[in-house]
Design a protein around this ligand. Structure first.
Ligand SMILES: Cc1ncc(COP(=O)(O)O)c(C=O)c1O
Length: 411
């Protein structure tokens, strides 16, 4: 007979980290923030017409023509094998001098972050994140029983001086230093801001000085609308501390569930070992075949035009319609902008009214590990059509005016 306390049914059989996090909302809880009548400025999803359905069908046909059954066998055929080289080639175009021994292919960026966590985190370690940050990453870190600490951000990204001061204070007080710092340097989710080049250099210096890894997550970096690309952290890194994660979710489609990690070969060996046997090799072959004829590059150009139009429409509409006390970030790329509502507005409390008015957004508080973001919201311009975006912002402006009635109408 087991002497385990069974009064909780079967819950005691869950791992401790699961028991500790099981009451928190599931990944999809925010996806319920929708209403068929409300414009979905909540979803960070690509717009439906962005998907290259026909191109993928034709790539699949030519993959079968080239490889026959091997395309579907364990391990896949030559095209699946070629994907790391396709990725390395594209990374070199962005200034990252890497070979295939530095590439580990994953099932999307989420799986990539999880793989890094499995490889480097022990329960009780400290992980630094931007505050706010991508809630999917917060969810992953929570699974590992680590202490999560937020570092403030401003319009140039992670506040490096605040980070430096925090690290120095921890060292002085003998408090734990981070093992990992997670950053989204380009067109950050949820704020839309980009980490300046100087701060990237400084971040890597701090990583060396205080002995931590920098996890660079860059799903939006190629969707840039009016700015030059600051160097990727991995391209500046001479010590192997920057681990870079990326995905085809935003440049092909989330459903292909394929991403990658670029890291030192000694890390990649461990990633390969941890994930061995989980590769969807058919999808990998399909992507390599699709990317071969320049189709991916052409698609990125079209996507950039489609998202730029949506971003511009949202900014114009905000300018035109929002009460004067409302401010927002001005992203140069990506999917999101970050709004700060007037004093007295609680974005979470306002949401049901906003949905009644005809718009859904994600309250800022969703993106903080601890308190924060009460007056903020993430607005996504990636999914709705330009006209719907305009309608959504009109509905949001009405909701804000009703919530903060002291705000003077600006028209
Ligand atoms: C910053 C960030 N990282 C990772 C992801 C997830 O990427 P994937 O779909 O490849 O798992 C997202 C998607 O929303 C994201 O915004």
């Amino acid at each position: 007979m087991s002497d385990r306390d069974q009064s909780d049914g079967l819950d005691h059989l869950f791992a401790e980290t699961v028991r500790e996090t099981m009451d928190s909302s599931v990944y999809g809880a925010w996806r319920d923030i929708r209403d068929p009548e409300a414009v979905p400025l909540s979803f960070g999803f690509p717009y439906p017409d962005s998907f290259p359905n026909e191109e993928l069908v034709s790539a699949a046909e030519s993959l079968f023509d080239a490889e026959g059954d091997r395309a579907l066998q364990y391990g896949g055929g030559e095209y699946a094998d070629a994907l790391p080289e396709v990725i390395a080639d594209r990374a070199r175009d962005r200034g990252i001098d890497c070979g295939t021994e530095e590439i580990h292919v994953t099932n999307g960026a989420t799986n990539a972050i999880d793989t890094v966590c499995q490889t480097v985190l022990d329960p009780g370690d400290t992980v630094f994140v931007e505050a706010p940050t991508f809630m999917g990453a917060l969810r992953l870190f929570r699974n590992y029983g680590v202490d999560i600490e937020g570092v403030d951000m401003d319009e140039a990204g992670l506040d490096i001086e605040a980070l430096a001061a925090d690290l120095a204070a921890r060292e002085m007080a003998g408090e734990p230093l981070p093992k990992l710092l997670y950053t989204i340097p380009n067109f950050h989710n949820p704020t839309g801001v980009t980490l300046s080049a100087e701060r990237r250099e400084r971040l890597l210096e701090l990583a060396v000085r205080y002995d931590f890894l920098v996890l660079e997550d860059d799903p939006y970096g190629q969707l840039r609308y009016n700015c030059a690309e600051p160097p990727p952290l991995r391209s500046l890194d001479e010590t192997g501390r920057a681990i870079r994660v990326n995905t085809f979710s935003k440049t092909i489609a989330p459903g292909v569930r394929t991403g990658w990690i670029i890291a030192e070969p000694s890390f990649v060996e461990q990633f390969d070992r941890i994930n061995a046997g989980g590769e969807p090799s058919f999808t990998r072959g399909l992507i390599a075949r699709y990317a071969e004829d320049g189709r991916l590059d052409r698609a990125i150009e079209e996507l950039t035009a489609g998202y730029r139009e949506r971003r511009d429409r949202m900014m114009e509409s905000l300018d035109e319609r929002m009460p004067p006390e409302t401010t927002w970030s001005e992203p140069d790329g990506g999917f999101f902008l970050w709004v700060e509502f007037p004093e007295g507005v609680d974005a979470e409390e306002m949401l049901p009214d906003a949905i009644d008015e005809g718009v859904a957004y994600l309250p800022g508080s969703f993106f903080y590990h601890e308190d924060g973001g009460t007056r903020n919201a993430r607005l996504s311009f990636s999914h709705a059509s330009p006209d719907s975006i305009d309608e959504g912002i009109a509905a949001l402006a009405t909701a804000v005016r009703a919530e903060a009635p002291t705000v003077e109408a600006d028209d």
